[in-house]
Design a protein around this ligand. Structure first.
Ligand code: Z5A
Length: 200
């Protein structure tokens, strides 16, 4: 799974990683959260549209988890069972960070970790690579496109997100931080080396 604050470059790296795995005959499955199922894509539109306005923090967290449950049970579990490598953009860690660590404190990160275990069952991600970028680098990459509902929460929120990912890396043994401040090629080289070490 690829994770990180907005503008960290995970979509670009996920695409590159899938091509690289494809060339090596691994036929990876590329998915994104929220999304990659009919219900997940509908929830994505709802969750990211600025017109949706404010949601109760717990409703927002549960809607991200509803999209995730559809994806894990209907898409990821069958693919992994069939022996495929799954590359996902985002994971339960985004909910722990965005709605937990960076939220208003009303949704506990521990409770979200427990919910992740319930939703994933035997299909928790093997590895979560967090592309870690400095605030200015992420903001600069982000500024090239229109902000979604969650991106409009401002710089202080983005700082809590970044700190949240770093804190999660200390607490969750599945998480690995990758310095993503460099060029696309530099980040790619570091990421691919880590993946190669994991899957051979
Ligand atoms: N969210 C949540 O709150 N809770 C949850 O549980 C989940 C999600 C699952 C949608 O996520 C929002 O949902 C997100 C978190 C929240 N919103 N916020 N805030 P998303 O993953 O779909 O959207 P995103 O985070 O905004 O990602 P993105 O738009 O796909 O950006 P990215 O994947 O991080 O970056 P990119 O598209 O690969 O690159 C952005 C630009 O930078 C592009 O022009 C690239 O060419 C450029 N780029 C990328 N890497 C580099 C390097 N290394 N050098 C130079 N330029 C680069």
């Amino acid at each position: 799974m690829l994770e990180g604050a907005d503008g960290c470059g995970k979509s670009s790296q996920a695409r590159a990683l899938c091509s690289w795995l494809d060339e090596r005959g691994r036929a990876p499955l590329h998915v994104r959260e929220p999304g990659s199922t009919p219900v997940g894509e509908a929830l994505r539109r709802l969750l990211l549209a600025p017109e949706t306005g404010d949601l109760e923090p717990i409703s927002e967290a549960l809607l991200f988890f509803a999209a995730r449950a559809e994806l894990v049970r209907n898409v990821i579990a069958p693919a992994v069972t069939a022996g495929r490598v799954v590359i996902a953009e985002r994971s339960y860690l985004s909910t722990v960070v965005y709605q937990g660590f960076a939220g208003d404190g009303s949704v506990g990160a521990d409770w979200l970790f427990d919910l992740a275990r319930q939703v994933h069952g035997d299909f928790l991600p093997d590895r979560i690579f967090v592309l870690d970028v400095d605030a200015e680098v992420g903001a600069n990459r982000r500024s090239r496109r229109v902000a979604d509902r969650i991106e409009t929460r401002g710089d202080e929120f983005q700082k809590r997100v970044r700190d949240g990912f770093r804190a999660a890396a200390q607490q969750d043994p599945r998480v690995e931080l990758i310095d993503a401040n460099g060029s696309l090629e530099e980040v790619r080289a570091t990421l691919f080396a880590q993946v190669q070490e994991r899957i051979g």
